[in-house]
Structure formats: C-alpha cells, structure tokens
Design a protein around this ligand. Structure first.
Ligand SMILES: Nc1ncnc2c1ncn2[C@@H]1O[C@H](COP(=O)(O)OP(=O)(O)OP(=O)(O)O)[C@@H](O)[C@H]1O
Ligand SMILES: [Mg+2]
Length: 642
C-alpha cells in the first residue's frame, strides 16, 4: 500500500518483499524511486487517479496500481499488486536455499503442498528429510503440524525390514539423478500400525540446473497391497488346482496306457495259449498212440523225452494264460506241504547253488484252494526275482503259514500265506508301487520283461487272494501271497486208478481243427469207441436233425459257422438227450463267457490225456460212477500231458 503523496510504502506482505530482495525495502520508504518505470507509473496513478500498470524487467514482474479515492476524487492511497511475468521461482536459490526457512518462505507454495492429498516430503541433496506435509504428519504423527520433522525421527517410522531397501532406493535415485521405479516400503502410522506405501522422488533444480533439493511423494497403497495378496492367493490356488488337474490327467493317461498294454498282452497271450494248447493236445495224443500201438522198447526213451518237453510246454502255456489275466482253471484243494515238497527242487534250481534256500512250514497249515501249476509258476517267478536282487548270492526263505486278513466283504478270513524273503538290494520306495505294472522292469531286456509280478498279482487276485510287498533298500524284500483256505477237502487219488479205460459206443466228434479231430479220432478208436467226425456245429446239428443218434457227443466250443454250441445244446436237449462233453483250448473264463455253465456239461481243457478223456466218457455214459458230475476238471488220475 503506497501513500499517494509521499510515494512511500506504508505496508507490504512477504510475497511483495521477494521482488525487492536486492533492495533495502523498509516500510516508510519510497523504493520505486530507484526504478524509473515504476516511479513514473506510481506518479501517473497518483496524479490522475486512474489505474496504471507497468511491466518491470528489473524485477521481472507486472505492477498494477489501483488508486483508492478520497471523496474529492483525489487518491490518498495506491494499492499495488505484483505478479510475476515468467513462471515464478518459488524456491530461492543460492546459499541456504535448501533450508526449510528459505524454501517455505512462500506461503502459497506451502499451502499447495500441505493440502496435497498424499504424503509429500522434501529432502536435501544428501538425502536428509527436512520437511513433511500435513497429510504426512497426520498419518505419521497424528497431528498436522510437526515443526521438528527430521530425518532420524522419520526413519523410526519405517518398517525395520524395509529400511535397507528404502535407503538403497533413495541413494540410487540420488546417484543417478532420477528415480527409475517407484519403491515400496511400510510406514508405521501414529497408532503403531504399518501400511504399505509407494514412494517416488524427483530433484528440483536451480537456475543453473543444479539439484538443490528433492521432492518426494509417498502414496498409501495398503488397499492395493491387500488386493494383490488376495489375487496372488487366487492365482496360487488356481495354479495348484491346475497342477492337481494335470497330475490327475497324467495319472489317468498312465492308467489308460497300462490298461491298453494289458489288453494287448492279454489278447496276444490268450490267442497264443489257445493255439499252443491245441498243438500240445495233438502232440500229446499222438505220443500216447505211438506208445500204445508201437510198443517198441527202443523208442520209449524218446517218447519219454517228448512227454517231458510237452510238460514244459504246458507250463509255458499256463504262464501265457496267466499274462492274459485269465482265470486259473484247475483250482483245487491242495496241501501246502505237498506243494512245497514238489517245488523245492525247482526253487533251488531257480535261485542257483550260491543262494541258501530255507523253507519254513508253520504248524497247523490248512489246505489252500488254488491252481497248482499257477502257484508253482508264481513261486518260481518270486524266486528268480530274489536271485536277481541278490546277484546270485545270499539267502532266500520260503515261509508258509496261516494268516487272518480282511476278506472280500471286509470280514476277516483265513488265508494260507506263501512268503518269499530275500537278502537282496530291496526296492526303492518310489518304485514299490510300480513293480506290479506290466512291463515294469529294472533289468536288461535279456534278463527281464517286467511281466513276472504282473502275472503273480493277476493269478493271486483271480484266485481271490492278495499280494503284499515289503522292501527295505539295502536289506531285502518280502513278497507274500495270501491264498484262500479251501472249503472242500483235498481229493485223494488212488494210485492204482487205471490210466485208460476201454469202452464202447458211438461218439459224434465235433471239431473244426483237422489235426485235433484226427488225433481225437485215433485215441477214441483206440479206447474202443466208434466215431462220427463232424467239423462244425452247423454240420453236427444237421446230422442230428437228420436222425443220427450217437451215444455221446464230444464237441469243441468255438467253431466257425452259423450255429454255435448253444444251438447244438438246444437241439440235443429238445430232441435227443445225448450226453455232451466239451473240449477246448480256451480257458475257463472264455467258456463261461460262451454261456456254458460248467456244472451242466463237463469241460475238458486241452491239453488233456487219453486217460482224462476215457474217464470223462465213462462218467458221461454212466459206465464209471465214481467220478463226479463233470464239473471243472480237478485232480485227475493221471496228470494231463503238459
Ligand atoms: N525281490 C526283489 N528284490 C528287488 N527288486 C525286485 C524284486 N522283485 C521284483 N523287483 C523289481 O521289480 C521289477 C519287476 O519285477 P517283475 O518280476 O515283474 O519283472 P522282471 O523280473 O524285471 O522281469 P520278468 O519277471 O518278466 O522276467 C524288477 O525288474 C525289479 O526291479
Ligand atoms: Mg521277475
């Protein structure tokens, strides 16, 4: 405010003083006198009583002079408003510039920063905090005014775990002259609770481009941080779910692949076993014929060798049928002691001379209901595995005992346990699950195919039993087969049961395989029967419908043609009532699938001997009352050929 007469300044605010920093400005002085343009403008306004405005390069400002008029229209006072011509330098530069006092001299500037809705702070070029705004103070200290905002005090508000990284971010920004990315840290509020903040900072330069201090903002991102945590948890959950899903998909793929492999093996093995059985059957019958008809002492040793080979081939066929997952067909009550004594030599051979084989039989063993050939085969497989695991040296124990375990309906049942224990390498825990998988082997291709334990498990489960495996790497392995106790007594066979029994009658022989039919024909003739050969169900039905009346029908089960054996049975049952015996190279489950119920018609599984068939025929014709009803073939007078 200027006195219009003396031209002295009566009163001025702080902002006004900044324009005259290089002048001695004191209230009551005429400061304009030294600047011509200003002095002229003041005179003009005072004398004319009109407004005057002037731009002054000396102060780089525009002066507007508004006279305040008396009643006589003479101005008594001049009101002078100064505004900067270029962007106002809010911050003083030079000596002492970066001090709160120098910086915050401008009220307007401070007010803007104070009312900025985020934390704002200023620090020196050395990184020392010297001012914090209202928002920052309210958050940190709980009050707007904090006159002693200093570095040390502020630092105690930063989370101890974030102090180092925040300090490093600040130091890096200062050494580079700018901050590349905002940095996150936790700041404690006045009530002691930490919040996540994100800070950025930038230097403020003087007129020469030198940084004079840094201005920083810290934005509270606690809500963002919490949302990020929730999102991360969701993402993790999704990741886990997708991993689990992927795991399940992989597992089901593995199971599917395994099933596929098993189906292939089963199909292949089943087919091979069938054809092999037919061939063995023909060979066996021919050997018997040769033995009976030729009787030359000189060839008998050769025939015995051939019979031995046939036995081995029969065992092989049983193994194949085992891989095919087919049901053991010759299950019967068996004394464990008898089985063990039969197989002990074989086991010793299987493990080799350098393995000490021990057999332990507990007292009170009951009979087991099982197919003997399959069980022998399973024990030999276990013995070979034991030998391989011990590299041919060590100890193997076969322990047989009675055990109670949960049976099919969860009710405890008695089982006969056959346990093979070795002192071998053992099986690593992660492989233990896989040893029963088909084709799983750790052996070279010439030593193992990975089907041994698959066969063992299939056979035991098809026999209504369980398998368990325990192993300690470096100590040894124990594989236990639990097989059901027999509910029927062991059949004792009289030693003097005749091998073959002669008979008489007319037999319709239905068989599509020429060599099998011919061999059967010969053996039946030799046994004293007349035969009418027929090569299909169609043919046989035609013969019967044309009036043929045989005493007995012996028929294969699966044959090409329009009609099946079921049609043959239907015709026989409806019109003739002739007994029928079925002979097949397939296994028991195939027979059942064909719809042939075992206890209605006797079924002979190839290969069978002349003695087998002779006994069956006599039973069927009512000539041999002591043989049962012709159910599944059980223990016979003579072992089948093979
Ligand atoms: N007693 C044992 N000690 C250590 N490892 C064993 C034992 N028995 C089985 N294994 C492991 O389980 C795998 C599978 O056994 P399995 O009998 O099914 O097949 P294989 O012996 O490899 O071949 P194959 O029996 O068809 O000749 C073996 O390769 C071996 O790694
Ligand atoms: Mg094996």
């Amino acid at each position: 405010m200027i006195d219009s007469v003396s031209r002295n300044i009566l009163f001025s605010n702080d902002a006004f003083l900044r324009f005259f920093k290089d002048l001695q400005v004191v209230a009551g002085k005429n400061v304009f006198i030294e600047i011509a343009v200003l002095s002229e403008a003041v005179s003009a306004a005072a004398e004319s009583g009109a407004m005057a405005a002037v731009e002054c390069t000396h102060t780089n400002a525009r002066f507007e002079l508004s006279p305040l008029l008396h009643s006589e229209q003479r101005p008594a006072l001049l009101q002078c408003v100064v505004s900067p011509l270029t962007a106002m330098t809010l911050v003083p530069s030079g000596e002492g510039a970066a001090t709160p006092a120098a910086l915050l001299v401008n009220e307007g500037y401070r007010r803007i920063l104070d009312h900025f809705p985020h934390n704002v702070w200023l620090c020196t070029v050395k990184g020392e905090l010297f001012w914090t705004n209202r928002a920052s103070n309210l958050f940190t200290y709980g009050k707007a005014e904090v006159h002693d905002a200093d570095n040390t005090r502020y630092i105690t508000k930063i989370h101890p775990e974030d102090l180092t990284s925040a300090g490093a971010a600040l130091a890096q920004a200062m050494s580079r002259g700018h901050m590349e990315h905002p940095h996150r840290y936790r700041l404690r509020d006045h009530s002691g609770v930490y919040h996540w903040f994100q800070f950025s900072m930038a230097p403020v330069f003087d007129a020469q481009g030198m940084p004079i201090y840094w201005v920083g903002t810290s934005i509270n991102i606690q809500a963002v941080h919490e949302a990020e945590l929730v999102a991360a948890a969701h993402i993790e959950q999704l990741r886990q779910r997708s991993a689990a899903h992927e795991g399940r998909a992989l597992e089901s793929q593995r199971v599917l692949a395994q099933q596929h492999k098993m189906e292939l093996v089963s199909h292949l093995a089943g087919g091979v076993a069938h054809d092999l059985n037919n061939l063995l059957h023909v060979m066996g019958i021919n050997i018997e014929l040769m033995r009976v008809q030729m009787q030359p002492e000189a060839v008998l040793p050769y025939l015995r060798i051939l019979e031995g080979c046939l036995k081995k081939a029969g065992r092989l066929s049983t193994q194949l049928a085992g891989f095919s997952g087919r049901m053991p067909q010759n299950a019967a009550a068996l004394e464990p002691q008898a089985l063990v004594s039969d197989i002990q030599d074989l086991l010793a051979k299987a493990v080799g001379a350098e393995v000490r084989l021990t057999v332990e039989l507990e007292h009170g063993l009951q009979a087991v209901f099982v197919d003997k050939a399959y069980l022998e085969n399973a024990l030999i497989n276990l013995a070979i595995n034991a030998r391989d695991a011990m590299d041919g040296r060590g100890t193997m124990l076969l322990h047989v005992g009675m055990r109670s375990r949960p049976g099919p309906a969860g009710v405890a049942a008695d089982y006969v346990m056959f346990e093979v224990e070795d002192s071998g390498t053992g099986i690593a825990a992660d492989l233990r699950e896989r040893v029963f998988d088909p084709f799983f082997t750790t052996k070279s291709s010439d030593k193992g195919s990975g089907l041994g334990l698959t066969m063992v498990k299939t056979f035991v489960e098809n026999s209504n039993g369980h398998v368990s495996i325990e192993s300690t790497p470096g100590v040894g392995t124990r594989v236990a087969l639990y097989l059901p106790v027999s509910r029927v007594p062991v059949e004792t066979v009289a030693e003097d049961t005749p091998r073959q029994q002669q008979g008489a009658g007319r037999i319709l022989l239905v068989e599509d395989d020429d060599s099998v039919r011919e061999a059967m024909n010969s053996i039946l003739n030799q046994l004293g029967y007349d035969t009418i050969p027929s090569f299909s169900s169609d043919h046989a039905v035609t013969l019967l419908q044309s009036g043929m009346r045989p005493d007995l029908i012996i028929s294969d089960i699966r044959m090409p043609g329009r009609l099946t054996v079921l049609d043959l049975i239907a015709v026989v049952e409806a019109q003739i009532g002739t007994p029928i015996i079925f002979a097949t190279g397939y296994s028991a489950d195939v027979v059942i699938k064909e719809g042939l119920v075992n206890d209605r018609y006797p079924v002979l599984f190839k290969p069978f001997s002349a003695a087998d068939i002779s006994v069956r025929i006599q039973t069927a014709l009512g000539q041999h009352p002591q043989i049962g009803n012709g159910g599944a073939v059980t223990t016979d007078a003579t072992p089948p050929l093979g």
